[in-house]
Write a protein that binds this ligand. Structure first.
Ligand SMILES: C[S@@+](CC[C@H](N)C(=O)[O-])C[C@H]1O[C@@H](n2cnc3c(N)ncnc32)[C@H](O)[C@@H]1O
Length: 290
């Protein structure tokens, strides 16, 4: 594993940057999630409108026009929800103000990707520093597409947000973190741990507990299986899966966390968990079905 590397290291600029900046000129940030997560419903809106116009001109049946009208309403509403409510390529906001209430300390972001969760923490907790860790492998490319260098894309966003001085980028597998025990005051992980299989999740949670100080906060943010995501994408985002709080809570407890808050946001399930002072497993928590 690569050692911790300061973000001031020279990186090549991403060739896609100019287009990205034009597309997201309002924020100057490009988190690089695929276009269809924000704009994928627009082609359906256009198609429904075109077919409605054609049907009107050719006097199609009332039933066909109603079906097209419903398609138009759904795709328009789904576009508004994905683009303006979920807003996956826009800045993230902390789902709970209770995370790192002290406002300062050293934070680890597990599965930082292109920096959305790191920037969320660094902007909302301006006295904190943060280590943005990611495997920067196949999963990164699956989510954000090919590019010159994953680290360069992350760095570019940290710079655009003006938080790079408080950030460090580290290449690391969340199942075996290259940090000392108790090295962090708080940990955040957004839409990342849920990409692992059951065994990997248990390893990642145990590693999070190991590198977190006793009493430290762990903000675990996951893709939630809830009405917004069902309404907008149906089965398309499969890793929303069937895992609810009843699946995650015993795993967090078994890893040595106490869940102090749990909630939902559009397309999101989150837990604020606190690291117990001793890492003793909860009896039976490891016997829940995978
Ligand atoms: C959906 S992205 C989330 C990025 C960011 N946290 C956000 O909120 O936008 C998931 C990230 O998890 C990373 N990842 C997947 N498996 C990993 C592993 N075993 N160790 C570290 N990172 C991993 C991927 O590279 C990817 O960047």
């Amino acid at each position: 594993m690569e050692p911790e590397r300061a973000v001031q290291a020279p990186f090549r600029r991403n060739s896609a940057e100019l287009g990205s900046m034009l597309l997201f000129a309002n924020t100057q940030l490009n988190f690089g999630y695929p276009w269809w997560l924000s704009y994928g419903h627009l082609p359906i809106v256009a198609l429904a409108l075109a077919l409605l116009a054609l049907g009107y001109a050719r006097k199609w049946s009332r039933g066909a026009m109603i079906v097209l009208g419903v398609l138009l309403l759904w795709s328009s509403a789904a576009f508004v929800v994905t683009r303006f409510v979920m807003d996956i390529n826009g800045r993230g906001t902390l789902p709970t103000e209770s995370f790192l209430r002290s406002g300062s300390g050293r934070v680890l972001d597990i599965g930082a990707g292109t920096g959305r969760s790191s920037i969320m923490v660094l902007e909302s907790r301006p006295h904190s520093t943060l280590v943005a860790s990611d495997l920067f492998g196949d999963s990164f490319e699956q989510h954000f597409g090919p590019g010159d260098s994953p680290q360069a894309r992350l760095l570019a966003n940290l710079k655009k947000a003006g938080v790079e001085q408080r950030a460090t980028i580290v290449t690391a597998d969340m199942r075996k973190l290259p940090f000392e025990a108790g090295a962090f005051d708080a940990i955040v992980s957004a839409y990342a741990v849920d990409h692992l299989n059951s065994e990997g999740i248990n390893q990642a949670l145990a590693e999070a507990a190991r590198v977190l100080k006793p009493g430290g906060d762990f903000l675990l943010i996951l893709v939630g299986k809830e009405p917004w995501i069902q309404f907008t994408f149906g089965p398309l985002i499969m890793h929303a899966g069937t895992r609810g709080p009843e699946w995650w809570t015993p795993r967090l407890q078994n890893a040595g966390f106490q869940v102090v808050e749990q909630g939902t946001r559009p397309a999101t399930l989150y837990f604020l968990a606190r690291r117990s002072s001793d890492l003793v497993s909860v009896p039976g928590a490891d016997r829940v079905s995978p």
